[in-house]
Ligand binder design. Structure first.
Ligand SMILES: [Zn+2]
Length: 349
């Protein structure tokens, strides 16, 4: 190894020493599907998380269409149960509900989970269920996935086409109650009218846990320049997604992932960019071809970035940020600092 190479690796070591934060990971649904096994976290996830120095994950409760509507609540509860059992069993994870708990997890060398909810289907139309999920540890909620539910409408995987209306009365109640409880509002997936409405009835900094910029992949599900500015004005943070970097496979590269980071930073500053990798390949590759085709027909064919498909690849991102000329202070903000600010400012307790 030559001297300059060594210094880059040392810089990565230093930048990763305090851990990196990925605010969107669909792991609870995988734990649920593998509920006949034990130690799934320790065997299937921990090695990659440790290699990438991950210190906090947004663990997303998401309910697939095939469980809706009847099984939505039950599957959500089971996903949280699996998360608790697996976290305890491994001794290497901590489910955190507040900023001090996140700090304590770091100090004891545990990987923190912040439980998030991607779509409020488990709540049905019952606001009381929100309080239950809050007590179970849910600390960030996005009202919808890419579909309509009792709270609102998701943005579509096309340049336009979602309903022109924003939230339902129930959706507005959920948003107000989230702000009162100290649950972070996640704008990922919501349709444009819904995004605007949420910002008009909230005051705390919003997040977009996982998205890409429409400048490079122009679908409603991603975020427009105007929306980016709206989030920036409120000192929110946008987590850059790794699976909708480009509609074209050949452009789905680590370099182009960083173009998304740069675009957000150029519009609203480096203090508003974070990571929401949305790593999904581990689930996708286990699906039969028929199910992969169904996903392509309904949404899009995901193009996974070859050297950014799981958490063990986090060092590749940091290396490339260094090569692109980002300062250590800016990289630290992207890797964890900006998300930590959001936790400090929005979680109660
Ligand atoms: Zn998503």
């Amino acid at each position: 190894m030559t001297a300059p190479e060594k210094s880059v690796e040392q810089r990565i070591d230093q930048l990763h020493a305090d851990g990196i934060i990925d605010l969107h990971f669909d792991m609870p649904m995988d734990l649920y599907e593998k509920r006949d096994r034990t130690n799934v976290l320790a065997t299937d996830f921990l090695p990659e998380l440790e290699t990438g120095n991950v210190s906090l994950l947004g663990a997303a409760i998401y309910i697939e269409d095939r469980y809706l509507p009847e099984m939505g609540l039950r599957v959500a509860l089971d996903q949280i149960s699996r998360l608790h059992t697996e976290a305890e069993g491994s001794g290497r994870f901590a489910i955190c509900k507040s900023y001090p708990e996140i700090q304590a997890a770091r100090e004891t060398g545990k990987i923190a989970f912040l439980i998030t909810m991607e779509g409020v289907e488990p709540l049905g139309t019952d606001l009381n269920q929100l309080r239950v999920f809050y007590e179970l540890g849910v600390r960030a909620i996005g009202l919808t996935h890419a579909r309509t539910n009792s709270a609102g409408h998701g943005g579509v995987f096309a340049a336009s086409g979602s309903p022109a209306e924003g939230l339902t009365p129930f959706g507005r109640e959920v948003v107000r109650e989230c702000e009162a409880l100290g649950v972070i509002i996640d704008l990922a997936h919501i349709n444009p009218a819904g995004l605007e409405e949420i910002l008009s009835i909230t005051t705390k900094p919003p997040i977009v846990s996982h998205t890409n910029v429409r400048r490079y992949y122009d679908i409603e599900r991603n975020i427009s320049d105007e929306q980016i500015r709206m989030v920036g004005e409120r000192r929110g943070v946008i987590g850059v997604n790794s699976i909708l970097v480009s509609p074209r496979e050949e452009e789905s590269t680590l370099g182009h992932y960083i173009d998304h980071i740069e675009h957000v930073a150029k519009l609203i500053g480096i203090d508003s960019v974070g990571i929401g990798f949305d790593f999904f390949e581990f689930i996708y590759r286990e699906w039969p071809e028929s199910r992969q085709k169904e996903l392509a027909a309904k949404f899009t064919t995901p193009h996974f970035i070859p050297d950014l498909t799981n958490h063990s690849h986090a060092r590749n991102l940091t290396r490339r940020l260094i090569e692109r000329g980002f300062s250590d202070a800016d990289i630290e903000k992207i890797l964890r600092g900006n998300w930590l600010r959001i936790f400090k400012e929005t979680l109660n307790g």
